[in-house]
Design a protein. Structure first.
Length: 366
């Protein structure tokens, strides 16, 4: 292994056995989502005595964990999801990585974990993407999905914040999250489960929030739906978000409505970007409560023209139908005809991939 000091925080220990180019190419032809991993990872350790230390970029490998590691018993864990794109002239681009670093720090605060300095987070992401740039697909819809995460590694059994942590960054080549985004997806309304409660961990990107969504997600699959949408925990009336995505409602008067961020909804970076893009395109964007009953009524009256979900993995995906035990209803006249969602999706992707000028300063070159 070669070893070169690149900063005071991270040392490169590049693998001596990288994936051969022909094998990598074959793996990337149809990578799916979340299963085709790149050659390297970054690992940085934290202890009260040393702070963040021993940062290494190394060959991707299993993590050694004591069976009493706190994360395994008390779920002190957070993560992020972000992407690197292959732009023109073979340049590699990141989209708003500083927002991911900021949200990662917020998640750590919510989960009583030692925050990773934002500059360390960004350096780790940059270095991993730089060394594994050949894993960034050039196919339409392809990208390198980057997964920074932090876990409590201290071995002890006791309900209190850990004093030792691992910060790790891995990456995988991915294609589209949904098979055919042009048709929209049906979603299931969860009536018996909630994703988050006021005063809970809803604004943190932690594994427990997603684990809590899996039973409802499975229920949705049983009814032929691709995703599940959750209602608020108190009244079981107001739309909050999908299992892993924020949601927007498009009215027939160029108004977009999205549920407000009041402590139970993840602060989506794609959501934030869409709000700014839409307003600059002349749409009115309202962050306000929107009920399931109103959704059903507006869809049937024609006041609601479209609805779409958004997030890093799926970007923007139209919702074609909403299903629950009280009867299904369709969105718009044709689930494949979603001009507003398509316009916003195209504009966002063009910026992410460097196809157009970036007036917002969102794109960062590696």
């Amino acid at each position: 292994m070669s070893k070169t000091k690149i900063s005071s925080m991270i040392t490169i220990e590049a693998t001596s056995n990288p994936t051969p180019a022909d094998k990598r190419k074959a793996m990337m032809e149809n990578p799916g989502f979340g299963t085709t991993f790149s050659d390297h990872m970054v690992v940085v350790r934290y202890s009260e005595e040393k702070g963040w230390h021993d940062g290494r970029l190394m060959a991707r490998q299993p993590l050694p964990l004591d069976p009493a590691a706190s994360v395994l018993h008390y779920a002190q864990e957070i993560f992020e999801g972000m992407k690197a794109y292959r732009g023109k002239d073979d340049e590699i681009l990141l989209f708003r990585p500083e927002e991911n670093a900021r949200r990662f720090r917020h998640s750590a605060d919510v989960m009583a974990m030692k925050p990773v300095p934002e500059e360390l987070f960004l350096e780790a992401v940059h270095k991993l993407v730089e060394i594994d740039r050949d894993w960034v697909p050039d196919a339409e819809g392809g990208s390198l999905y980057i997964r920074p995460f932090q876990i409590a590694s201290q071995p002890f059994l006791g309900v209190k914040p850990a004093k030792e942590y691992l910060f790790v960054v891995i990456a995988c080549s991915v294609g589209s999250y949904f098979k055919d985004v042009s048709k929209g997806v049906p979603i299931w309304v969860s009536e018996n489960h909630v994703r988050a409660i006021p005063g809970g961990t809803g604004t943190a990107k932690c594994g427990g929030n997603y684990a809590a969504s899996l039973t409802a997600q499975a229920e949705g699959y049983e009814h032929g739906c691709a995703q599940v949408v959750f209602l608020d925990a108190l009244e079981r009336r107001w739309i909050e978000e999908l299992g892993g995505m924020n949601v927007f409602f498009v009215m027939n008067d160029k108004t977009l409505i999205t549920p407000p961020l009041k402590g139970t909804i993840l602060h989506g970076i794609t959501r934030k970007s869409i709000i700014e893009l839409a307003r600059d395109k002349g749409y009115t964007v309202l962050e306000q409560p929107y009920s399931l009953d109103q959704w059903r009524e507006d869809a049937r009256s024609g006041k609601l023209a479209e609805a779409f979900a958004c997030g890093t993995a799926a970007v923007i995906t139209s919702i074609s139908k909403v299903c629950d035990t009280h009867g299904d209803f369709e969105i718009g006249k044709d689930g494949a005809n979603n001009p507003v969602a398509n316009e916003l999706r195209e504009s966002l992707i063009d910026i992410q991939r460097g196809r157009v000028a970036d007036p917002y300063g969102w794109v960062e070159r590696v």
